[in-house]
Design a protein around this ligand. Structure first.
Ligand code: URP
Ligand code: ZN
Ligand code: ZN
Length: 486
């Protein structure tokens, strides 16, 4: 192909991506009123200060003492923290697993997110085995229409081949700069060679791959053994997937990434032993990024013995107290880079149907609304982490690692996504007092300290005194190369 023909082919490809992107990203014109948040404690990952925040035209205009603005809507944040809008690195809205469809779609899931102070979610656009990445992206843009918080997509690759590889530049052009590969699930699993090749290709794109680390072949054998021993209910789930099932997979992934000479991330890390394997790779000089989730910090596998044990069936499973301790220590020590929820909600009816055959219970639980309150209560209030670390783990770390350069920090010029958090109110999560479209929460029974009072989304007041006053205004976040790869 001549240089000119190559240029036109590339331009045409870019146009197709642009058109697909534009067709689905319809913009609602925002009606901006200047907003002045007064008297709060502004928390960034680098420090905190008593300051006002002035917002104008969707951006943060000023941060400082005694700011004034004649026509601004004033929000009194006295006694409250003002955090950057929280970013959830891991949600599954409107996901069809083949045997069940999640209870939350983008409409319900993003409202719950916003009420909980999450202004951006990164959901997993999932490729069909016989489909393209572009198909998946188009489908996910359709699903996300009407979202109430901002959203971006990781692309879950179900088929690694030359065709998929050739699509990576189109994905970058469309603002997708991170991927997930699964070592598990029949419809999604890719082999080690595919992981190696995908890591090399993603590195060239400046994209980060996160991997679901469990040894599929071994856990399938163990499911058979556990069931043959007569254990068929939810308590069999953690027995079939003990810590070593994750740790072996993390160790293998670390070596594959070492050979590929590429950065890599472990999604929903749940065990102390998996952490040790990642730590070893870091000690070898590898770039490794770690995500964990509130359920692995706060719940244990004792939950599977409960009457509603099926509620807690998720993969990886809930772990032991010593795993929790190791993960909290890693959080405090800065070894974990971001916290996502892995929100993947199902109703009790969906879960109960398979109570007597744990391998068929839909995997996943709700959590997108409570990440900030849980990490504040059990992290900051207990002194395990500082408010700055909370900000890093729930907002800035995600922005930095996933190419959202104008989010995650409260500073002039940044996108005006902000949360006013009142640390005093006390409440308890129940199965039904949430905004999730479910009748259950894995966190039911946990006490909370503090609540989200106000949320500013793209410069507009979206949650006022705990009530959603703006819905359907979420925007697609077009991301740049991952900070991990720059
Ligand atoms: O059980 C889970 N986590 N379901 C969601 C899919 C995944 O593996 O993240
Ligand atoms: Zn996963
Ligand atoms: Zn997940």
């Amino acid at each position: 192909m001549s240089a000119m023909a190559a240029f036109f082919a590339a331009a045409q490809g870019a146009f197709v991506v642009f058109s697909v992107f534009h067709f689905f990203v319809q913009k609602r014109e925002a009606v901006y009123t200047d907003i002045l948040i007064q008297n709060g404690t502004v928390v960034n990952h680098t420090g905190h200060e008593k300051a006002d925040v002035l917002i104008s035209g969707g951006r943060i205009k000023a941060v400082g003492k005694s700011l004034a603005a004649a026509d601004a809507k004033v929000i009194d944040a006295m006694g409250c923290f003002v955090f950057p809008g929280m970013i959830d690195t891991h949600t599954h809205f409107d996901l069809d697993t083949g045997s069940a469809v999640t209870a939350d779609d983008f409409i319900t899931g993003t409202k719950a997110a916003l009420l909980g102070g999450t202004t951006t979610v990164l959901d997993f656009a999932t490729q069909e085995r016989d489909g393209s990445l572009k198909d998946a992206l188009r489908t996910w843009h359709e699903k996300a229409q009407g979202s109430s918080c901002n959203y971006g997509f990781h692309m879950a690759i179900a088929r690694w081949d030359a065709e998929t590889e050739a699509e990576l530049p189109d994905m970058t052009a469309a603002g997708v700069t991170s991927y997930k590969l699964y070592m598990v699930y029949d419809a999604l699993k890719v082999d080690d060679g595919a992981i190696y090749a995908a890591l090399r290709a993603a590195k060239k794109e400046g994209a980060l791959i996160g991997v679901h680390c469990e040894n599929w072949d071994v856990l399938l054998r163990r499911i058979g053994e556990v069931q043959a021993s007569g254990i068929t209910g939810p308590e069999g789930h953690p027995l079939s997937r003990p810590a070593a099932v994750e740790a072996e997979a993390v160790a293998r992934l670390m070596r594959i990434a070492e050979l590929a000479e590429a950065p890599v991330s472990v999604v929903h890390l749940s065990t102390g032993e998996g952490l040790l394997e990642a730590r070893r790779a870091r000690e070898r000089g590898q770039k490794v990024f770690l995500e964990s989730c509130p359920q692995y910090l706060l719940l244990t596998d004792e939950a599977y013995k409960a009457e509603d044990g099926e509620k807690y069936v998720m993969s990886p499973p809930l772990r032991k107290a010593e795993d929790q301790a190791a993960l909290w220590e890693a959080l405090a020590g800065g070894e974990i880079d971001f916290i996502g929820t892995d929100h993947c909600s199902f109703t009790m009816a969906q879960k109960r149907e398979f109570r007597s055959d744990f391998k068929k219970i839909p995997n996943g639980g709700a959590g997108v609304q409570h990440r900030l309150q849980l990490l504040y209560t059990y992290g900051v209030e207990t002194g395990r982490i500082t408010p700055e670390q909370l900000t890093e783990l729930l907002s800035h770390g995600a922005a930095r690692h996933f190419g959202m350069d104008d989010r995650g920090v409260i500073a002039p010029g940044m996108a005006a996504d902000l949360v006013v958090y009142d640390p005093l109110p006390e409440s308890v999560i129940t199965d039904t007092n949430t905004a999730h479209n479910t009748d259950n929460s894995p966190f039911a029974g946990l006490a909370l300290k503090g609540e989200v009072k106000h949320v500013i989304l793209n410069g507009e007041h979206a949650v006022e005194n705990g009530r959603l006053i703006l819905s359907g205004s979420g925007r697609y976040v077009h991301r740049t190369a991952s900070g991990c790869c720059k």
